[in-house]
Design a protein around this ligand. Structure first.
Ligand code: NAP
Ligand code: 3JM
Length: 349
């Protein structure tokens, strides 16, 4: 982006799967940084990290870590955001929070710039970055909603292990090796570190992401349901989700069934719309076996859409396949994009 002035940027959770991608994205975007503060737990404090050719020392994140910080990116888990985000705001920073801590707070805009950038104008210091699975879905569906109306979404996800953090990827890799070598292994992290049981992820599919709620849906599923309604400003929208973890390192995939409002919409019209939609790449040519796959999407900031079909029974029903890099558009890129929007809108001091 154009270099106007530099900002003091802090990254909380700088050593994590998301934090590392935030740092890389800031470098790639030539984000205007005058000072960079990298924060972690006491475990990583003192370690050195190189950013833009300069060596930085990680510091332990504390309530007094935010003096003179302009923009603070948080990705160290919900409890750290609950503990420290208000201190950052009180010190004068704008917080872009990657956790679920504040997403459904009515005083906190929940923003995907391609969809609801203007919601940033109402911020009170904290802006929430939606869940990775929500982000790629709404980027693909917002153009359809605007043009044809949207009544219903039923989504099933095929989510990558990196969504559970760097240690979950290590667990998948070591399990895979152990199974191939006929060795014993003990699942310890997936599906949810804090839950009672842990299951094998290598060569498996686990229909649990985050803990279960009393209604039978998991928190991850409820995040997709509630966040989508908030971002699209439509509490009446029908949304249901089933979230599944699969043994892919990076790149979430989603199978969507949607029902539009308008009658007579064709597949060609939907394809034309998505060809020019912001942040979307249409990859849809079944005759030539062209469709999105996570292995091809890693490292890209876009949302890839294919397999667009009309439902065989409901003339207003469509099926789509949506894939994106969960650590980029799903987390780091969307957060940095929010910060760029804040600067563009003159909302950073
Ligand atoms: P991760 O790889 O496990 O990294 C966790 C990071 O948090 C590390 O930098 C860790 O520092 C730091 N941390 C842990 N405890 C801390 C403490 N007490 N004080 C300060 N820092 C602490 O996890 P991740 O995948 O990057 O995810 C991090 C968080 O981002 C998640 O918990 C989630 O809330 C959010 N997230 C959001 C999305 C999204 O959909 N938008 C996707 C993934 C994750 P150490 O090196 O010192 O341990
Ligand atoms: C993705 O420990 C925690 O609070 C993190 C749980 C978590 C979240 C979350 O709820 O913030 C892990 C992975 C997310 C997310 O983006 O919702």
């Amino acid at each position: 982006m154009e270099q106007t002035k530099g900002f003091h940027v802090a990254v909380v959770g700088a050593t994590g799967a998301v934090g590392q991608q935030i740092i890389k994205t800031l470098e790639n975007r030539k984000f205007p940084i005058s000072q960079l503060t990298l924060l972690s737990s006491a475990r990583s404090a003192g370690k050195k990290v190189e950013v833009n050719g300069v060596e930085y020392t990680l510091q332990e994140a504390k309530s007094d870590s935010f003096k003179d910080v302009d923009i603070a990116f948080f990705s160290a888990g919900g409890s750290i955001s609950k503990e420290l985000a208000s201190h950052a705001v009180n010190a004068g920073a704008i917080v872009v929070d990657n956790t679920s801590a504040y997403r459904m707070d009515e005083n906190v805009p929940l923003v995907v710039p391609e969809v609801n950038e203007k919601d940033l104008l109402n911020h009170k210091g904290i802006i929430a970055n939606p869940n990775c699975s929500t982000i790629q879905m709404v980027v693909a569906l917002e153009p359809i909603r605007q043009q044809f109306g949207l009544n219903k979404i039923i989504v099933s996800t095929y989510q990558a292990v990196s969504g559970s953090g760097a240690v979950a990827v290590e667990e998948m890799n070591s399990q895979t090796q152990a199974i191939l070598n006929n060795e014993e292994f003990e699942p310890a992290i997936l599906p949810v570190g804090s839950d009672k049981k842990h299951y094998q992820i290598a060569f498996n599919a686990i229909p649990q992401i985050d803990l279960f709620q009393e209604n039978g849906f998991t928190y991850e599923e409820m995040k997709m349901i509630n966040e989508t309604k908030k971002i699209m400003h439509n509490p009446e929208l029908n949304v249901a989700a089933t979230c599944v973890r699969i043994p892919v390192a990076v790149g979430h995939s989603e199978s969507l069934y949607i029902e539009v409002d308008k009658e007579g919409v064709t597949v060609e019209e939907v394809k034309e719309l998505l060809k020019s939609a912001p942040g979307v790449i249409l990859q849809d040519d079944p005759a030539n076996q062209v469709y999105p796959m996570p292995a091809d999407c890693v490292g890209s900031t876009d949302v890839f859409v294919g397999r667009i079909r009309k439902d065989l029974d409901n003339p207003k029903g469509f099926h789509l396949w949506v894939v994106s890099d969960n650590l980029l558009k799903g987390a780091a890129w969307n957060s940095v994009q929010i910060a760029e929007s804040l600067i563009k809108l003159g909302l950073v001091k």
